[in-house]
Design a binder for this molecule. Structure first.
Ligand code: GDD
Ligand code: MG
Length: 347
């Protein structure tokens, strides 16, 4: 089975972290989102994926390359954003013309069983099969009403949420080639606003309820929640060994320390702290309840708490990064800086 990952938005809700880094390259417990997705899809037997991209597409092409593990990657590049349905039409030649394919929003971390979705899709002879998850507040998602046979009767995106259900669109679909012909060529089209409501009305859409883990990391708060919950699930033992670490540093679990990261003497890392690859934490520095992207250097005696620090940031010695701060990739914070709580340091 082949499929398309929608990876072309501007990720405005992840700014300023997304100014220099496409969402697909965001680290989730030290591993990029696209690698999480490739592992998930590969375990469901997927061998080929197409990435539908526009914003930062060159960076993605270079960083992702043509394979991830045993999954082959092709790119479909939009000159201008085509929404969530337009890219499917654009990439039609790279997808199957005869068999159903999957489409996934490029900000989902999950273990949705695509094989079972496909089996249901075929059995019910659906035009589209949509994975649903239950969330406490459906208002920022696409909400979906089904009948007792799991046929979707209503699809309402965001403001039009259906109050009687907490089941929402998980952003993972199996789609039959027939749907492609319903998507106009060359202009932005929304699956959620233009395509699904119509298929729901004529009974062509099947629901598939997912009960495993699921995150849309498209907002900073959800990105942080995904990291912390998956940290507890994936790395309860504190992650890999710490190369180059010297005596006297402490790791409080749960914590993840990426390859080639170095902790100085007396440095304290954790709990709930994720250091991606190649992060340096200076002597006697403290990093607590925070996510640090790759190649960032935190100076001696600096304190970082409840924050997200982008890639290749340099924080000078003796600084204090207040709780709730977000620091854009490649920022330079001078020695002795006092960054107030909830600061956003732009790119
Ligand atoms: N290629 C391409 N081109 N991709 C795009 C474009 C575009 O013009 N616009 C958005 N995307 C991608 C985004 O990068 C993202 O991966 C995906 O399409 C969905 O867009 P979001 O902006 O993340 O939408 P959302 O999270 O508000 O809502 C969507 O996901 C929810 C589940 O997380 C909808 O599908 C909701 O119905 C759904 O509940
Ligand atoms: Mg999203």
């Amino acid at each position: 089975m082949r499929g398309l990952i929608l990876a072309g938005g501007f990720a405005t809700r992840l700014r300023p972290l997304s100014c220099s880094k496409p969402k697909l390259l965001f680290p989730i417990v030290g591993v990029s989102l696209i690698e999480w997705m490739a592992r998930w899809l590969s375990s469901d037997g997927v061998k080929e994926i197409v990435l539908a991209v526009n914003h930062l597409s060159d960076k993605l092409k270079v960083e992702v390359g043509h394979t991830i593990g045993d999954v082959t990657v092709a790119f479909s590049v939009e000159e201008k954003p085509l929404g969530t349905a337009g890219p499917i039409r654009l990439a039609a030649n790279l997808l199957s013309k005869d068999d159903p394919f999957f489409v996934i929003n490029g900000d989902i971390v999950s273990d949705i069983d695509i094989r079972s979705m496909l089996a249901v899709h075929k059995e019910k002879k659906a035009a589209a099969t949509i994975a649903l998850v239950s969330v406490p507040d459906p208002s920022s998602y696409g909400s979906v009403l089904t009948d007792s046979d799991g046929v979707v009767r209503k699809f309402a995106e965001k403001s039009g949420a259906i109050s009687s259900t907490n089941l929402v669109n998980a952003g993972v679909y199996v789609i039959s080639p027939i749907v492609v012909g319903h998507i106009p060529i060359g202009r932005p089209v929304s699956l959620e606003r233009d395509v699904f409501p119509r298929f729901a009305e004529n009974g062509g859409m099947q629901a598939w309820i997912h009960e495993g883990f699921w995150y849309d990391i498209g907002r900073v708060s959800e990105y942080v929640r995904a990291n912390k919950e998956l940290l507890e699930k994936e790395a309860p033992e504190g992650g890999p060994a710490v190369p180059g670490a010297q005596g006297g540093m402490h790791i409080l679990r749960p914590a993840y320390v990426g390859a080639k990261s170095r902790l100085g003497v007396g440095a304290k890392v954790g709990p709930f702290t994720i250091l991606s690859n190649n992060v340096t934490v200076g002597d006697e520095a403290i990093v607590r309840n925070s996510i640090v992207f790759e190649e960032t250097a935190i100076g001696e005696k600096t304190i970082v708490e409840d924050s997200v620090i982008g890639e290749r940031v340099v924080i000078g010695r003796g600084s204090r990064i207040g709780r709730g701060s977000i620091i854009a990739g490649q920022s330079i914070i001078p020695e002795g800086s006092m960054v107030p709580p909830d600061s956003i340091i732009l790119c």
